[in-house]
Design a protein around this ligand. Structure first.
Ligand SMILES: Cc1cc2nc3c(=O)[nH]c(=O)nc-3n(C[C@H](O)[C@H](O)[C@H](O)COP(=O)(O)OP(=O)(O)OC[C@H]3O[C@@H](n4cnc5c(N)ncnc54)[C@H](O)[C@@H]3O)c2cc1C
Length: 483
């Protein structure tokens, strides 16, 4: 197998995984209310890679086989742009509302495989070849077109210890013993978006660990199938309440689900281990392999698709009521347009001059992408606020599909009309707006944008540290000393 079909993807999820939702163990995630339609949406996306127009954009050929574009090792600047075009296409299908498409984690697996030698800095007494493990995993993920999720963060337990870069043994994922077959891990990790609908989990460290002896059990990186004995996924409430696509245009389609992952004495085979007991190496991993840059690239493409969609929605809302003639309304929407255009410009800047990195791969420019990943979590809530301000009570004047054929059909046809839009189209539009900005689904999107890439203060602090400040400070010094 190289590029999966949607049907093969759905079949791969029927593997006796342990997923808990709404107080029950789910027998089959592809059939369970609250999860099934998200799985079907993902299957539909996967099938697009086989369509004639999709294939050239979304896949590449190597060794006589086709693979998803996100696995392409970018050997040239053009490869970076091909990867970007594929990311954008994936995101456009959901308009960025299904954030965790497989290309996100594929970008990380590709980058770690390309920079695999880095991992052998952490070779331990056993002589484990972590680089070979990573390259083999890349081949396996690519060959089987695996859908991955990831869990990077330990649950909160003791904020004081976290502040000192120490883990909390009560809850944090840790190695508890080693056997001939591998290491046994125990504990919990947050938060696997798409977890119930993924094949494997990438368990990597992202928290900044102090290089202390007591932190060694927490310094671990591996991938493992979701259906491994001892792995248990505990889902939040589903936002897919079984409504029609008219009534819930987004939550009926794009419920990607988030889950806390419990590891109950899970055996991780040695050949799936990529880092072990080396906290400092773990801290350097995403940056020095440039995995973070490739992931930021996928994210920026998705955010562009999402911002464009919100601009389209705001314009449609304003036109429907005739508010689009009002200078203040135009000004509000123009601010949303600036968000979309800022992301577009940053993406363009990043893709125009890719650099060759120390691993021989081409990477987009980090700074524009890092600017985008720091700005978007702050700008997305503002986009939603603009929907609130323009939509106001129209976001609540939203009878459901059944009302258009029931006893009150005459009322809803008459009283829900707008100057430029018939009643049913108006209700459809504003039901979409409320799913973006008011529903549980929409509010989870805001939380996602605020946090999924990490705490904002940590990302901003990294940005500050990497910024080339000296030249600018020199100019200040020069002016102060100018005679
Ligand atoms: C919808 C959603 C999806 C997610 N999906 C994934 C996923 O797929 N995989 C994954 O690994 N993670 C995922 N995450 C988790 C995400 O990585 C974390 O939420 C993020 O790193 C923040 O960590 P935390 O939630 O533990 O919050 P905290 O670390 O508790 O931070 C909460 C707030 O407190 C502030 N804060 C924390 N420490 C300090 C301090 N010392 N001083 C001052 N302020 C502080 C932070 O800035 C932040 O605003 C997801 C999160 C959300 C909300």
């Amino acid at each position: 197998m190289t590029v999966k079909t949607g049907a093969e993807y759905l079949a791969s999820l029927r593997d006796d995984r342990e997923v808990w939702l709404h107080g029950e163990r789910i027998a089959d995630v592809t059939a369970a209310p609250g999860l099934a339609r998200g799985a079907q949406t993902m299957a539909g996306f996967i099938d697009r890679q086989h369509q004639e127009d999709g294939q050239a954009l979304l896949t590449y050929s190597e060794g006589g086989e086709r693979h998803p574009m996100s696995f392409l090792l970018p050997r040239t600047p053009e490869d970076v742009r091909r990867r970007g075009a594929a990311y954008y296409e994936w995101a456009r299908w959901s308009n960025g509302m299904f954030g965790r498409t497989p290309d996100y984690k594929n970008a990380s697996v590709m980058a770690f495989a390309g920079a695999a030698e880095f991992l052998n800095e952490g070779r331990d007494g056993r002589g484990a070849d972590f680089a070979a493990n990573m390259r083999n995993y890349y081949e396996e993920a690519r060959r089987n077109d695996l859908v991955l999720t990831h869990t990077l963060v330990n649950p909160q337990y003791n904020a004081e210890r976290a502040k000192q870069g120490l883990s909390s043994p009560e809850v944090a994922l840790q190695t508890v013993r080693e056997t001939d077959a591998g290491v046994v891990v125990n504990g919990a990790r947050l938060l696997a978006t798409l977890g119930p609908l993924a094949n494997d989990i990438e368990v990597f460290p992202s928290t900044l660990l102090k290089a202390a002896e007591e932190n060694k059990p927490y310094a671990i990186a591996f991938t493992i199938p979701i259906n491994t004995p001892g792995i248990r996924l505990i889902c939040r409430d589903s936002y897919d309440h079984g409504k029609s696509t008219f009534d819930a245009p987004l939550s009926s389609r794009f419920e990607e689900m988030d889950a806390v992952v419990i590891f109950d004495n899970v055996l991780v085979p040695w050949e799936r281990l990529f880092m072990h007991k080396d906290p400092l190496l773990c801290n350097r991993a995403f940056a020095e392999t440039n995995a973070v840059v490739h992931m930021m690239h996928q994210v920026a493409c998705g955010k562009l698709a999402k911002a464009e969609f919100i601009v389209g929605l705001l314009c449609a809302m304003a036109r429907a009521s005739g508010k689009d003639k009002d200078m203040n309304v135009k000004g509000q929407i123009a601010e949303a347009m600036w968000t979309a255009e800022t992301v577009r410009a940053l993406l363009f800047a990043a893709e125009q001059q890719p650099e060759r990195d120390q691993w021989g791969l081409h990477i987009p420019q980090r700074r524009p992408l890092d600017t985008s990943r720091n700005l978007f979590p702050r700008l997305y809530p503002k986009l939603i606020e603009t929907i609130h301000m323009l939509g106001s009570s129209s976001l609540m004047a939203t009878p459901c599909a059944a009302d258009f054929s029931g006893d009150i059909a005459t009322d809803v046809q008459r009283y829900f009309e707008l100057t430029n839009l018939g009643s049913q189209d108006r209700v459809a539009l504003f039901r979409l707006a409320q799913d973006v900005a008011v529903s549980g689904f929409g509010n989870r999107q805001v939380l996602y944008e605020r946090f999924f890439f990490g705490p904002q203060n940590v990302m901003a602090s990294i940005y500050y540290d990497l910024y080339n400040k000296d030249e600018m400070m020199d100019r200040v010094t020069e002016l102060l000393h100018r005679t």
